[in-house]
Design a protein around this ligand. Structure first.
Ligand SMILES: *Cc1c(COP(=O)(O)O)cnc(C)c1O
Length: 433
């Protein structure tokens, strides 16, 4: 099946309220190969999520970062943009999206929402703290409905402004404020498709088990793998890879879940995984405790009171094996060494996040099964680390040449909720009344 047809088949199960002709149209527009033009040269015919084998039949990478911002978040975000527009048109209404980004999520969201008449985006980013390439990806968008706000402060300051405004119910409903963050269920559902697409390319007919390795941060992507497995896809292992921020690896090794504060979170060379409190993790634990919401509430109360919980001594831990998770953590040295060795051996360049997945898979995968690593970004986005690893800068797809020099649209504001509120009041979409 082409990716769009597969996506339609799977998403139908999650969206029974959308008439099937409408869903088919949305999915066909979203997962059109022409929208994912930046595949490796080795892929002759354009495909949405091609598999590249490193060791044929044994070890491969699933290319998910060939969309407009060169990161896998595009694939789910593009669907979300189409779904928003569809529902807003049906209901004849509009939405103002407010978010904060440290780089990748914001640009994927803006590229998914640009030009959509019923949607306006207010995206906060930390002034001067993103790479010139990341800034250009966001700030060079000239679409009227995209508003970039550079906050004088760190990412957390921008995030605090978003939380403060989101907590003001009156403001939120008056301006119809929405979000596109990683707990969004439509994003999760869209990601379930990756695993089926990877499986069918790697194995063929449903039957033999295989494993997936997933560079993880907010636990969204790998949660989708868990859901695919619960749906019956024969996944042997779900290999969770973290960077130095190893909260999730610690959990799967020890049974202790201990999120860290943002000032305890390391800045690493796989920055999109610099997360110490995984917003989707609760959803897996819900399954682990047998979908007992009372038990889940008790654990999260313990988390709030003590900052951690330990499942090692509970009956749940004895059953965790049935979910197929294994894990590992990578470091800067491991990342650089992996990028270098994959380049030397296969002449394939991978990004630092994908390298975390490859490294951990090499360490913990059960060798009886083929392994596919989900490629979460392209090397072109992380030139410094690639340069360090292989001694040359990663090539950029042609449309990204020199984007740093394109004119930029951005408004700088202090890290102050009132200032941002006034900006939104002046620029938000409003109803006719
Ligand atoms: C978001 C992101 C991740 C982590 O994905 P989660 O769904 O948050 O676990 C990994 N790599 C890259 C490049 C990302 O942008």
């Amino acid at each position: 099946m082409p990716y769009a047809e597969l996506a339609y088949t799977i998403l139908s199960a999650f969206a029974p309220e959308i008439p099937s002709d409408d869903l088919a149209k949305l999915v066909l527009e979203t997962y059109h190969a022409a929208r994912y033009p930046y595949a490796r040269e080795s892929v002759r015919a354009a495909r949405v999520a091609p598999l590249t084998w490193l060791e044929p039949g044994r070890f491969g990478i699933l290319e998910l970062s060939n969309g407009p911002t060169l990161a896998f978040k595009d694939m789910a975000m593009q669907l979300l943009g189409a779904l928003f527009e569809y529902v807003l048109t049906q209901r004849d209404t509009y939405l103002n999206i407010l978010g904060a980004t440290s780089g990748d999520t914001g640009s994927a969201a803006e590229h998914a929402m640009r030009g959509r008449a019923r949607i306006r985006v207010f995206m906060l980013s930390p002034a001067g703290r993103m790479s010139p390439f990341q800034r250009a990806q966001m700030y060079s968008l000239q679409d009227e409905n995209i508003h970039n706000i550079a906050i004088r402060g760190a990412f957390d300051d921008a995030q605090d402004v978003v939380k403060a405004l989101g907590a003001d119910q009156a403001f939120k409903s008056q301006y119809r404020l929405g979000a596109v963050n990683s707990i969004n269920c439509a994003r999760i559902a869209a990601q379930v498709v990756y695993y089926f697409a990877g499986y069918f390319q790697a194995v063929g007919r449903v039957g033999d088990p295989m494993s997936f390795a997933v560079p993880s941060g907010n636990f969204g992507n790998i949660l989708a793998g868990h859901i695919a497995r619960m749906m019956g896809l024969p996944i042997a292992q779900l290999i969770l890879a973290t960077n130095e921020n190893n909260v999730l690896d610690e959990f799967f090794r020890t049974g202790v879940y201990r999120p860290r504060r943002s000032d305890e979170t390391f800045v690493t060379s796989s920055p999109s995984m610099d997360i110490s409190k995984a917003s989707n993790f609760e959803r897996f634990v819900f399954d682990l405790v047998g979908r007992d919401s009372q038990a889940l509430t008790t654990l999260w109360r313990q988390l709030a009171e003590k900052g951690a919980f330990d499942l090692k001594t509970t009956p749940y831990w004895a059953t965790i094996g049935r979910f197929g998770f294994v894990s590992g953590a990578n470091s800067h040295e491991g990342r650089v060494a992996t990028i270098r060795s994959i380049w030397k051996r296969y002449r394939v360049l991978i990004d630092p996040h994908t390298a975390d997945g490859v490294r951990v898979a090499q360490q913990v995968a059960d060798s009886r099964y083929p392994v596919v690593v989900l490629e979460t970004a392209q090397p072109a986005k992380f030139a410094d680390t690639i340069q360090e690893a292989v001694g040359f800068a990663p090539p950029r797809p042609a449309p990204f040449e020199g984007i740093e020099a394109a004119p930029q649209r951005v408004t700088e504001l202090p890290a102050d909720a009132q200032a941002v509120r006034r900006y939104i009041e002046a620029h938000a979409l409003r109803g006719r009344d």
